[in-house]
Every structure is written in C-alpha cells, then in structure tokens.
Ligand binder design. Structure first.
Ligand SMILES: [Zn+2]
Length: 123
C-alpha cells in the first residue's frame, strides 16, 4: 500500500458518506411530497395546468436521477472503505497503479487512477 494517512481518508469517507446520506434523505422527501401533491391535485393539474404537471414530472425524474447518482457515490464510498479494510486503498482497482495522493485528497472514494477512470467511464 502506498504511504498514505489512512485514518485521514477513513474520516473523509465517513464524512462524505454522512453528507450524501443527508442529501439522499432530502431528495427522497422531495420525491415523496411530489407523490402526495400529485395524488391530491391530479385533476386540477391535469385540467388547468398541464405545463405544471409536466414540470412536476420533470422535477421528479430529475430528483430520482440525482438520488440514483448519490447512491452510486455511496456504493463507491463503501467500496473505498472496503479497500481500506483489505489494505488496498490508494491503488487502482483496474491496473493496480498507485492513485496520486492529490486525487485521493480531492476524491477520497476514487477507485481508479485517472487513466483507468477515463477507460471505465468510456465503456
Ligand atoms: Zn489504473
């Protein structure tokens, strides 16, 4: 394992995870409230404000997309914590190269080196 201050990253990952869980809670409250409003005002929205109804649908879809991307990050954070437990934190999951410290400081849940990140995202 590269010479890293593991406890620092463990703390950063825990803080990031807590922050994103809060964000997910907030988005899910939004999504839930849309459901309630939609049920109560369905007729009015449909008859009088078709544009509003479309906007609601758009907002809800956006919220769900946001929630899904937050969940994605949680998955990566958990994976990064798993790498700490396994003693592989700081090395790329794909090629095994050392992930630059500056990258981990910016993105503590980075699982790949920059080169592999590009390849993974392109595939
Ligand atoms: Zn790599």
């Amino acid at each position: 394992m590269p010479n890293l201050n593991i406890e620092k990253y463990r703390r950063m990952l825990a803080e990031e995870r807590a922050r994103i869980c809060d964000e997910i809670d907030a988005v899910e409250r939004d999504i839930g409230r849309d459901d309630v409003d939609g049920g109560q005002n369905e007729q009015a929205d449909y008859d009088q404000h078709p544009a509003d109804a479309a906007t609601d649908t758009f907002v809800k879809e956006r919220d769900i997309a946001i929630r899904d991307s937050f969940r994605d990050v949680i998955g990566r954070i958990d994976e990064a914590v798993g790498k700490i437990e396994r003693g592989t934190y700081g090395s790329c999951d794909r090629c095994g190269a050392e992930i630059p410290k500056a990258r981990l400081d910016a993105v503590p849940h980075a699982l790949y080196c920059l080169e592999c990140q590009d390849l993974v995202e392109a595939s």
